[in-house]
Design a protein around this ligand. Sequence first.
Ligand code: GTP
Length: 905
Amino acid sequence: MAKPRVHEIAKELGVPSKDLIAKLNQLGEYVKGPSSTLEAPVVRKAREAFPQTGTKPAAKPAAARPAAPKPAVKPAEQEEASAPRVSAPKPGPKPAPKPAAPAPAQTVDEQATSAAAAPAASEAPAAVADDAKPKGPTPADMPKPRPRPGGNNPFSDRTAGPRPRPRPGGNNPFQGPRTGGAPRPGGGAPRPGGAPRPGGAAPRPGQGFGPRPAAPAGGAGGPGGARGGRGGFGGPGGAAGAGGPGGPGGRPAPGGRGRGGGTAGAFGRQGGRPVRSRKSKRAKRAEYEQQQAPSIGGVQIPRGDGTTQIRLRRGATLSDFAEKIDVNPASLVTVLFHLGEMATATQSLDEDTFEALGVELGYKIQIVSPEDEDKELLEDFGLDLDAELEAETDEELEPRAPIVTVMGHVDHGKTRLLDAIRHADVISGEAGGITQHIGAYQVHHEHDGVTRAITFIDTPGHEAFTAMRARGAQVTDIAILVVAADDGVMPQTIEALNHAQAANVPIVVAVNKVDKEGANPDKIRQQLTEYNLVAEEWGGDTMFVDVSALKGQGIDELLQAVLLTADAGLDLRANPNKDARGVAVEAHLDKGRGAVATVLVNSGTLRVGDAIVAGTAHGRVRAMFDEHDNLVTEATPARPVLVIGLTSVPGAGDSFIVAEDDRTARQIAEKRAAAERAAQLAKRRKRISLEDFNKALEEGKVDTLNLIIKGDVSGAVEALEDALLQIDVGDEVDLRIIHRGVGAVTQNDVNLATVDNAIIIGFNVRPAERVQDMADREGVDMRFYSVIYRALEDVEASLKGMLKPEYEEKQVGAAEIMEIFRSSKFGNIAGCLVRSGAIKRNAKAKVVRGGTVIGEPTIDTLRRFKDDVTEVKDGFECGIGLGKFNDIQVGDIIETFEMVEIPRD
Ligand SMILES: Nc1nc2c(ncn2[C@@H]2O[C@H](COP(=O)(O)OP(=O)(O)OP(=O)(O)O)[C@@H](O)[C@H]2O)c(=O)[nH]1
């Protein structure tokens, strides 16, 4: 329905338009002229202002009528209608409302507002509607009738809660252009955006009418601002816009809704509602955080102060981080994106990424070490291994055998030495020698009349040693450093001794191959002094023993030296009377026996039937064997045994413990597996910078080489994986190991390779039956190796094949311009003599004058005499047309180029 115009209403009311306009203006409604349209509330006001002259009943007489008491026709209904808000009158025969005869204007005003906002109430009889106001004002504190600046706002409602958005409308001509909820102090010039003024925490420019949380603190206490606030435009925040206290002409009147002031604006919430001048703690905090929070990519995140520590486990996700700092993970995704990294909230990220994010946000990210993580995990199961060790008393500790690792440079005789030592075993000599390779063995040696055991880790080389250390397993007590007397100290000798020294493991030097001609044991002693290994006979504290692994010479002395070194500085004792704790030194999958692990007990005693967990493998000890293939029922500290009964193959260096029961063992294993998976995910993810990623996306390809590694023993698989991940191929190619495992290549592996487009690398394994056929059918590339570095070479080459080729310009020919022919058809033709190489048609060219390239045209036409040719060789004359490029002179050189691929090294 069209809105009525002033003159229509005036006619209806029987008053001149002029009077109506005057009346409405007096009531605070700005009405321009007789043809102005009027909003419904204003019409109501008009009718109420001239009630006696009305000729027609008002559209809603009930609401329009002043507080004229009307007997309640349906008391029950009225009660219901007003119930939620009522504190007041009971409808009854004496319907007079509490406020004793308020002035008509006031009543009209109040009714207009409450009726508009509360339709339910507006349907009710006027008395009830009026009474339904939140507070029944007593006559004493009733404001006097006054013009209500906001009165023409159809949405204005004093009783309604804050509305989320300002609603334009009404007759207010100022509402359009006004911005910022700016008050008009004293009706004067607009003050943009509630400029900051003392006493009012004025919002920043432009914030005046956003529904921002900071705004309510804006102190609507400035009455000067409030008074002119008719055009003010505040939603909940708009109120703050009115916060500039006392503009010119504005008198401070704390408390907001004072007389004649205090409404914020026609379209705002009644801004004059009392607002405490003091900010709430919450508001202050929000404000503080806003100041602190950096806005990266439009998200605001509370900053740390640069030292705020955040502990994250390996493979943590942005969600984990977000939880710690109590923000929405999506914000962190955004921040990371703006740092040039793409990641989802649930993707495991590596340490570097977290560090970068931490630096940006002022947090110090600490990735919990694997050891600590495992410690915490075990603590969840009531196992604190450190505390357990500390609590052990001297009486509980019993001597144990030293555990020795043999290290040294390649071909210096480590394997041969371990063989020789095995044969030197005084006990196995009688028992028929060591028959089984189990990854570690014990030999016995007579020392000071006592037969003592020494445990050797049967995996020579520092790789195994460091791999175990990397897993937090310090298995070795003493290192034997083998140096060939005919070769001297070599790079791996130094590496090995560095590793041993770093681990604080004492070294005994075995100077090997002394049987060889040209062997110079003293030279070795001399060389090693440089590395802080000074022979005892030279006044140092390192024992050097000359041996010949080949001939079995010096082995007894070497074992003697090991025992002496152990006795000199090591406290080799352990408590055998508790559940076993130790390390898995090697593991593999045996066809008949399933997962087989060689474990070395550190403390306690391992027994058949124990529930154990080793790394992520768990199970029950079904049987144990020693290096002589004898069944054993228990293993005491430093006793290596081969254990059968695990459900999967543990990794070399995984710690093992005896758990209370099978269930606990399984749970620990599962939790570890989950942690490891997360860590793997983080490790696997190679970074792609945003630019590269974008480019790759644009080109529709992200180069990723997916690999599946299968090997015979877990140690080899890990070694291969580590080495592969260390291949440096730059940022362009992504290398991912999507699956790894011990055992033959299976159909599952091929399936996985099909899905992820991966290549399968088998190390010392073969495909299971029918798997090769399946791989051929599916087009899956399987490669099998028995030497790690061959696998590495192939992968590296394959990666390089995938790299986008790099090109360089290679000059293929040069011709000197001897003469220039002008042709209207072809432009300038250069009559040339080919000076070197050959000039080919369509080749890229450079025109060089006095050593400077003046243009880079292409060879457009190439002629020998009258014939078009494709190539002219060194020493011949030719005519060259360079297309549109005509800036040539006699004496210029035309060089031609090809782009050739640069081989990668
Ligand atoms: N003459 C002589 N030759 C030895 C001696 N010890 C080892 N060799 C020879 O040296 C070569 C390398 O010996 P290995 O025991 O395989 O050496 P390694 O350090 O285990 O070598 P990698 O396993 O390749 O690191 C073999 O040919 C051995 O026969 C020795 O005491 N005297």
